[in-house]
Design a protein around this ligand. Structure first.
Ligand code: ZN
Length: 266
């Protein structure tokens, strides 16, 4: 079995809930062997959002559009990129909008926020709130967006090569993809082994290393790829206290999430 990211050899690593996890010997990408049998449109149905993931219940509860731009984990990263005053002319595509903090809520801060989700129940919900949503990649305009954000999304997609190529084609020249995902080479993941909390098939199908996400983004056209091992939000919170800042290296060690920026050349 060869790695679909770098074409080098991959081997069986763990059995996870009846699924086989494979790992590349070169880029350390890990994936669920059965991933291509997962149909996202079918899997992310009402049952998934209401039942299996109890935290998503909030999604269907009291939901109000935010009136001002307050800094949550997504907006903090974007403000960091463009500055608070640099957002009003930006078109944003949010991929796989989350249940609580999707950017559509901060619509007034941007020129436009549009959402793409494979789950029709999510799109119906957001359309009902007045959002522009897409359910198919081919319906999204090409070269329209300054930023595409995908927080904890790419690991759910069986075809990550197609995912990145699609995002690339939707970005303007000079646009940025901003994503977060689990880091299977983090100390925490390696200490926990098969018990790492992020192993969650059939929801999570891909587990990246810094090397594998970099290789994948390069392969699909992105340049200037920047990876941080701790969320900028966490860094910001920690930096408010000098004492807590001393713990930053420890937080960096135990964080098994990476934030990744990939640029489309101008
Ligand atoms: Zn590989």
């Amino acid at each position: 079995m060869n790695c679909f990211v770098c074409n080098q050899e991959a081997h069986f690593k763990y059995a996870l809930k009846g699924y086989k996890l494979l790992q590349c010997t070169n880029c350390f990408h890990q994936w669920i062997q059965e991933k291509d049998a997962i149909n996202l449109e079918d899997f992310y149905d009402e049952n998934y959002f209401r039942g299996q993931k109890a935290s998503f219940a909030a999604y269907f509860g009291n939901w109000e559009p935010a009136k001002t731009l307050h800094v949550n984990k997504i907006t903090y990263d974007i403000v960091n990129l463009f500055g608070k005053n640099g957002l009003s002319d930006k078109n944003i595509l949010e991929i796989g909008p989350g249940p609580e903090d999707n950017l559509f809520r901060y619509l007034s801060a941007f020129s436009s926020v549009e959402c793409f989700d494979k789950a029709s129940i999510v799109n119906a919900f957001l359309e009902n709130k007045g959002a522009k949503t897409y359910g198919k990649w081919e319906d999204i305009p090409s070269e329209k967006y300054d930023i595409a954000v995908a927080y904890e999304v790419i690991e759910h997609d069986p075809n990550t090569v197609k995912f990145c190529s699609n995002v690339f084609s939707k970005l303007k020249k000079g646009g940025v993809l901003l994503l977060t995902t689990g880091n299977s080479r983090s100390y925490y993941a390696r200490i926990k082994g098969y018990k790492w909390y992020y192993y969650d098939p059939p929801a999570h199908l891909n587990y990246f290393s810094a090397k594998s996400i970099k290789t994948l983004l390069k392969k699909t056209g992105f340049r200037k790829i920047d990876i941080t091992r701790i969320g900028r939000t966490s860094k910001n919170i920690l930096s408010r206290s000098k004492l807590a800042l001393g713990f930053l290296p420890i937080f960096t060690l135990i964080s098994s999430i990476i934030t990744v920026y990939g640029h489309k050349a101008k």
